[in-house]
Design a protein around this ligand. Sequence first.
Ligand code: ME8
Length: 517
Amino acid sequence: MKQLFRITTPIFYANSVPHIGHVYTALIADAAARWNILLGKDTLFSTGTDEHGLKVERESKKKGLNTLQFCNKISKQFQHLFDDLDIKYTDFIRTTEQRHFSAVKQFWEKLRQNGMIYKDSYSGYYSIVDECFITKDELIKSKNEQGEDCYVSKSNYQPVIWMEEENYMFKLSEFTDPLRKWLDTKVIYPEHFENTVRSWLNDGLPDLSISRSKERLHWGIPVPEDGNQVIYVWLDALVNYLTVCNYFSGESIWPVDCHIVGKDILKFHAIYWPAFLMGAGLQLPKKIVCHSHWTVNNLKMSKSIGNVVDPQELATKYQTDGLRYFLLREGTLGSDGNFCEKRMIEVLNAELCNVLGNLLNRVSSQSINKDQIFPAHDELIFKKIADVNDHNLLFGMKNLTDSVGEKYEQYEFHRAIVSIMDQLRNVNSFVDRHKPWILAKENKKEELDCILNITMENLRICGILLQPIIPRLSDRLLTTLGIGKHERTTKHLNTILNLSTNKPICSIGSLYSRIKI
Ligand code: ME8
């Protein structure tokens, strides 16, 4: 039986259309899932939309739409965009689905049976944008649209509302030490985010309100056996991970190997979620990978500033793989990335067009590769013509697979891409040194074939390794080199410098055309 790799993205609020930040988080999960498929595993890769709560309900009302119809529309937009971008999820969950209602109710019941829930009156400032209560320290004084004094959240300057009502509470305060022990097992990556989580724990964990009165919130899953209360949207949303793993229905494949999350929702995933799971007596996720944010021209992306970047538009202009490449190449887990279209064009022209496309073109063009073949390797000829740089190039090629694999395993896609591009730049220098166009003119066939072989072999290996990042362009690259669809997994990364027969290639034109500015 094949091993199963399980990965999730956050489920996105169905209150507004997708932007590049949402795409980025989904691309990290997609690239990781694709890498694991190349390793020969089956995958569960889930994504979806978070459709309950005040935020979504308010937005639908503003638009004068029925809330479910509004969610249907936004959810479809996410799904279509992800399909267009080759984000190959295996499950797209919507929290308004029946299977999810059933899972949330059963999860609640487990918490209740384990004595984790009690009723109490609760009051505090609630941020609708973040769908959570916030403490006094997280507030600052401001003025509302009517010029009256009010409080806003320090993190996003959005207004908060005062809430005072009877709620169900979760005994979060009991989990400080168990959470610390869990963090000791190094589940949070990159490690500096673990320190952030520890500092939240050091601040102390109060019990958490996990329901709202029905008068205030209609749009959600009712608390079992209490028609006056609706389950808190974050508890509802987090349970999606159990729903997609069939935890309460059929054959469970919980726990997942990895939750991908943005830093904005780390607290929910690294404190509330594991505490809920411990409270319910369930296993914990194996890893939480946290990434930083995309800003636009160094400002936070926001509808009110009007700087939200539309991924569909970018994919149309620069191709799907252009967008995938740029986001995974420039986005890092540890620090915020700045989106700038000019930089995007520079990177795509420099790397996809000049380094990768140009190299392929050099070895597949009729003028140099007259027989249109991927020539066999001839060790003796190579030894005769190679200098120390050439030997280093081969050494680099043999090491590349391990070093890229390691980076992929750590979700450090940008570092993996840099390694691949460095190797390809070295191959371009190799071609410059050996001038195959002159060898072709002078009919030095043995030498020419040797140069073509080494270059194409590097391209083949880089093509296989780039599949998780740019699946369409890698397909074109490997097809050009005559590499069959079943010869593209990590098993085929062992160098075929022992290839003993010439193979036909199949030139299909330029790989990635230069973007004109
Ligand atoms: O928080 N840069 O949904 P959401 C990078 N429904 N990534 C970004 C980003 C940016 N500027 N903006 C958003 C929610 N993201 C909840 C999640 S999960 C059980 C419930 C990404 O629509 C990032 O991963 O606000 C962030 O965590 C996620 O989108 C939140 O999307």
